[in-house]
Ligand binder design. Sequence first.
Ligand SMILES: Nc1ncnc2c1ncn2[C@@H]1O[C@H](COP(=O)(O)OP(=O)(O)OP(=O)(O)O)[C@@H](O)[C@H]1O
Ligand SMILES: CC(=O)C(=O)O
Length: 471
Amino acid sequence: MAHALHFSISLSPPPPPFLSKRLSSKPYACSARSPISSVHSVSPVSENGLPLSKAPAPVVLQPTTVDSGVMHVDVAMEVELRENGPRSSRRTKLVCTIGPATCGLDELEALAAGGMNVARLNMCHGTREWHRTVIERVRWLNQVKGFSVSIMMDTEGSEVHMGDLGGLTSAKAEDGDIWTFSVRAFNSHRPECTISVNYDGFAEDVKVGDELLVDGGMVRFEVIDKIGPDVKCRCTDSGLLLPRANLTFWRNGSLVQARNAMLPTISSKDWLDIDFGIAEGVDFIAVSFVKSAEVIKQLKSYIAGRSCESDVAVIAKIESFGSLKNLKEIIQASDGAMVARGDLGAQIPLEEVPSIQEKIIRLCRQLNKPVIVASQLLKSMIEYPTPTRAEVADVSEAVKQQADGLMLSGESAMGQYPEKALAVLRSVSLRIERWWREEKHNDNMELPDIASTSLESVSEEICHAATKMGK
Ligand SMILES: Nc1ncnc2c1ncn2[C@@H]1O[C@H](COP(=O)(O)OP(=O)(O)OP(=O)(O)O)[C@@H](O)[C@H]1O
Ligand SMILES: CC(=O)C(=O)O
């Protein structure tokens, strides 16, 4: 039985946040044979200063019965269903990181209309107040405009990263430039070519001669001197330094597992962010730098303890050595996984990232867990309005591998063309899904048997047969 674990369209009211936590096997739960149905009833409420003038009159579309029930979809999906029909509607869900380029109500609405299923908030950036405002705006769009966009909160985790750039959105490091990475905090004046580092042990841990990689190698430095809390580095590969970009350092070709690799996966700041996320009713918490299944179990029981009503799903970000060592247990314990290629590519040789991506997606499909492919899918679109051919091929490959979700990072958070980048993800997903249906519909996947009694085996065989007939 082929299992492509995409998120299902809800078949029961009320319309839930999208990227539903319910899973379905391919073909998707949207297997309606009757005409497109949609229901959304909304009221023009406005909260916390959100413009009432933007609120439309309540919309109540007539429900259409789909077999035994009523299929609820949001306005964006309704348009897609009208365009493509139920069998050809997009299955691949689209996740957009929200940042300065997209935090305004109009920009969020444009993304929602363009097919954003999940808004991701990276707690590494911005204040909780900033994140709360974005959450309120998304909720407003859902309630008033009939969208169904979920919220994913992404924890900062115990990674070494740079501080802010004193208000700058980026800084260029040129070959040969000398920069200072310092564990000193700069409250007001940051000396030129100086960057703060969040990890107190940084200056002690690095050695002269180490290679320092910013953002997984987008900019490279060589450590040339250490003076107290300051580490002097010469730029060896020029590039743009972005605020709070992550830092890894390598010695004799191997990643140095800094002392902070021993720190808990969920830091005290992360726990406060998690409390904030639960209180705000986020739909997903993505946990950075997961090393073991234990931390996922701990978080899940914490969430359950905080509120028995809460159904926040926990997504394990696979982005470190530790997560690869315990991959199966981590995925089993989680509600889904993210192939976080940005940090992963800084921890393992780059050429290994594609095969690891494929392995993670396959494992998630076998274990019936949704999986998101993240980072650098359309990186050039941060600056340019069209993607490179290679980027389109990369997105296509992720859809072919049957990832459930694709994620934009800087492209939507701080890029110049967030809506265009989303449109590319959407059109490529649709095209490749069509190709999949036309060309590869007999692709079967070995799944572990789950039946333990002969009666269950009979049920399993019936499911297999039904899936084959449905294809
Ligand atoms: N809330 C925010 N406020 C300001 N800038 C942001 C915000 N979110 C993202 N950004 C900008 O967008 C860029 C990409 O964001 P994103 O969160 O995807 O990547 P990241 O910072 O490399 O972290 P991660 O490794 O967790 O993905 C960041 O480097 C930052 O410049
Ligand atoms: C998304 C993320 O955290 C990464 O790719 O590293």
